[in-house]
Design a protein around this ligand. Structure first.
Ligand code: GLA
Length: 792
């Protein structure tokens, strides 16, 4: 709900309040963002009066912007937005250069309006509200130094503790103005010290969680690779230093944007913090012509007094309900088999059909033909852009293959990388100017490929038409939309020199237009975004494509950490995760199939390995796991996802788990728990599984996935039980292993939600080097467990 009274504004969500007001000179003073303060419409001005800073004298060194308020220095107040040149020395929200070369702006309040819908920045994706419960507040500010107006657009949704925000500049003058920066969100806070959490990495090691205590100076999380990037995800969290997973003040911002971004926290000299988030200004130099408007991407902002977990839960809900859209929004996603790690570029119809048949027999639902099916694509050195069938590999083309896959009872999906062109391709030979490059100069290659210039309409149209043809002729049910290199040599041969500073942002605008057209044209297709794994894992892409391939790293241990980090801002319904071969192709690590399944099941489950060569035992296990996943799919994909284990949750220094999670259905009648063990520690054998988010008042049947173990697991300890001596790994040992399997521990209790949430369930004792008893849990390194909870 939006409340306005006498130049005072309050944005009320179910549990938060965001309050600001204009002062006598028309500056917008930010007053409060935090736990909800109930306010009657008539009471807002009073509340604001009390919250407003008391300013009675000037400080040394301060600049006074307006003699109407002779003691107010902009550097020493919390502002809704800021610019350069009038005494606020902190990083600004907006930066303009006027035709005379000056770069001072002075935006003052002009008016406001309220719209009964959520507004979206032109050409950019936006959060949406389908039940008519969204409202927008638009505040217009006018620059005293130019004819530029700045609109601050805020959106609230009645069902959600998130706000959305963006800025819109309108040039109502006659001269061009250069926009060097227009951020999406500024939040000034009365806070001297903050703990910042953000997520860094690179290819195959996305989302390494990073914590920084900021007391003085500035902290920046940004990217310049052209995309939201695996180096610095735009999710940015800040909290009180005492905040825990469950308690304390915690804030987060994320961007609905896929290009270069920047989030910063700056400790001002007066015990205040400024948080900014938006497009990276280093890559923005936009010519705003007379009469034109320019929007920053939308930012989502959230606050919780229930710690990191509270913020995550609110963002998950926001993503599920207000970002992901279309047919697949709430629809259970199919279990897929992907050809990449099974055969890489060596795709052949015969092999494909064999793999598909095995997958179908195991209960999988979708076959995805990854890279290698088109042009002369035998390696990553050629053919991007040539989206016609390779008839040597697919004699009956995509159309024929798709028919055969469909006949097996599977859906058919395809991999494409539409934004790219190989130097060795018919497309590049025909249209060399369509690639991003500076004429006459060497350009950088990434994975041997170049980027198509999506700022150009003819290029966008080519992509739209060539992709439509692929999707149509392949009767495609699913598309993996990949993008495998960073931007370099920023330049478009379609832009005049003075507009070259717009290239990075125009590329993203072009991309959005292409994927909007295609997702509108093919509403039934399930689209999955990918960028060498998680190089473009952001809310911008999720506005068009309901899920994203989170990382090319499919190793269960790495993935557990990566997915755990994604959980800070993204629900598992948008995270694609696959079970792959062993040893793992990225880390060469060996992990049990059960663990690979456990981790991949917390997300959109797929398989990406050569099932055609899998052992009978593995195939049997895979079948069981698929059945299990189908039974629990709704909770696993859409349940509320809780992190149960972070460094701070360790019960002792000996605690060696990698992760513990649980997912709880919306009605809290069902839950699934996952526990992944790291290295084994001898003689440390009593574990408790403590949940979050179950209904205290309900009773649950708590049980585990019962496992059976190969006796090889015990090595020559078999001789402590066998009546005859068995030489380890001998034929006899192998023969016994065919008939005798060891029973894993069984958990089977009825427990109240209150006990589960507060105390947890004590689990069967671990093997501790002193004998294997009746209900001993046999853990090895990297073993996982899955627990189920059903209301009784
Ligand atoms: C990228 C993707 C992989 C795979 C390959 C194909 O690396 O992230 O999943 O599709 O491209 O070339």
């Amino acid at each position: 709900m939006i409340i306005v009274q006498d130049g005072c504004f309050a944005l009320q969500t179910p549990h938060t309040s965001y309050i600001f007001r204009k002062d006598a000179a028309g500056n917008l003073l930010h007053l409060y963002y935090g736990e909800k303060i109930e306010i009657e419409e008539e009471g807002l001005a009073k509340v604001c009066e009390i919250m407003a800073p008391v300013i009675t004298n000037q400080n040394g060194c301060s600049l006074i912007a307006d003699t109407a308020q002779p003691n107010l220095c902009l550097d020493d107040v919390c502002l809704e937005i800021s610019s350069r040149g009038k005494g606020d020395m902190r990083e600004p929200y907006v930066e303009l250069v006027l035709a005379d070369g000056s770069s001072t702006s002075d935006f003052r309040y002009e008016n406001y309006r309220i719209e009964e819908s959520l507004l979206t920045p032109e050409g950019l994706p936006g959060a949406y509200e389908e039940k008519g419960n969204g409202q927008s507040l638009v505040i217009t500010l006018a620059d005293r130094n130019s004819k530029v107006k700045l609109e601050l657009v805020y959106g609230v949704m009645e069902d959600c503790d998130c706000l959305v925000r963006y800025g819109r500049l309108v040039n109502s003058g006659e001269e061009t103005v250069t926009v060097n920066r227009l951020m999406s969100m500024q939040l000034d806070m009365e806070a001297g010290v903050l703990k910042i959490t953000d997520f860094h990495g690179d290819w195959a090691r996305e989302m390494a969680k990073n914590e920084t205590i900021l007391r003085q100076g500035k902290y920046v999380n940004d990217t310049s690779v052209g995309f939201s990037s695996n180096r610095a995800n735009p999710l940015f969290i800040w909290a009180d230093t005492e905040t825990t997973q469950e308690y304390g003040d915690c804030y987060a911002v994320n961007l609905l944007y896929s290009g270069n971004h920047r989030e910063s926290a700056q400790a001002g000299g007066h015990g205040k913090m400024r948080i900014l988030a938006g497009m990276n200004p280093d890559y923005l130099c936009w010519q705003l012509e007379a009469g034109e408007a320019f929007c920053s991407p939308q930012a989502v902002l959230t606050y919780s007094h229930q710690g990191y977990q509270g913020v995550s839960g609110q963002l998950h809900y926001f993503v599920r309900e207000h970002i992901v859209r279309g047919e697949w929004k709430h629809k259970e996603r199919p279990i897929l088999i992907n050809s990449w790690e099974a055969m890489y570029f060596d795709v052949q119809e015969k092999k494909i059909l064999k793999l598909a048949r095995t997958a179908a027999n195991a209960g999988m639902e979708l076959f995805v033909l990854d890279d290698g099916w088109f042009g002369k694509r035998n390696s990553d050195a050629s053919s991007l852009g040539d989206w016609y069938d390779n008839k040597e590999k697919l004699p009956t083309g995509l159309a024929g293959l798709s028919e055969k896959i469909h006949k097996l009872g599977l859906k058919f999906g395809i991999w494409v990388e539409p934004e790219m062109v190989s130097e060795d391709s018919d497309l590049y030979r025909k249209h060399p100017d369509w690639a991003v490059r500076i004429p006459g100069q060497e350009h950088a290659l990434g994975r041997n490929q170049m980027v198509l210039d999506l700022t150009r309409e003819e290029v966008r149209n080519y992509i739209i038409e060539s992709m439509s043809d692929v999707f149509f002729r392949g009767k495609v049910d699913y598309v993996k939309w990949d993008m495998n290199r960073n931007l370099s040599d920023y330049y478009s041969q379609g832009l005049a020199p003075r507009h070259q500073g717009e290239f990075g942002h125009r590329y993203i605008l072009g991309l959005y237009q292409v994927i909007q057209t295609l997702t509108d044209r093919f509403p039934h297709i399930l689209f999955e975004a990918c960028a060498s794994g998680g190089n473009r894992f952001d809310l911008g892409m999720l506005c068009f494509m309901p899920q994203i391939w989170a990382s090319d790293n499919t190793d269960a241990i790495s993935r557990a950490r990566i997915q755990n980090s994604y959980s800070y801002g993204y629900p598992q319904s948008v995270i694609a995760a696959h079970v792959s071969g062993c040893p793992n192709h990225q880390t060469l690590r060996r992990t049990p199939l059960t663990s690979r399944f456990a981790i991949a099941s917390v997300g959109i489950l797929g398989y990406e390995c050569n099932l055609s060569d899998a052992s009978m035992e593995d195939m049997e296990e895979i079948k069981v796991e698929i059945e299990l996943y189908k039974k629990w799919r709704n909770v696993l994909q859409f349940g509320d996802w809780y992190r149960l284990y972070e460094e701070a949750d360790k019960k002792s220094v000996y605690d060696m788990d990698v992760i513990r999670w649980n997912m709880v259905s919306a009605d809290k009648s069902k839950a699934v728990g996952i526990m992944l063990q790291g290295e084994i520690l001898a003689n440390y054998s009593h574990h408790v599984f403590k949940t979050r988010g179950l209904d205290d008042a309900k009773k649950y049947h708590f049980y585990n996935r019962a496992l059976k173990y190969d006796i090889h697991r015990m090595g020559d300890l078999i001789n402590t039980m066998a009546p005859v001596h068995v030489k380890q790994d001998s034929l006899l040992h192998d023969a016994i292993s065919k008939f005798i399997r060891l029973d894993g521990e069984k958990e089977d209790k009825v427990v109240s939600g209150a006990v589960m949430n507060r105390h947890g369930v004590p689990l069967a004792q671990n093997y501790a080097g002193t004998g294997y008893g009746q209900n001993t849990a046999l853990y090895q390194d990297y073993d996982a467990r899955i627990y189920f909870m059903e209301e009784v």
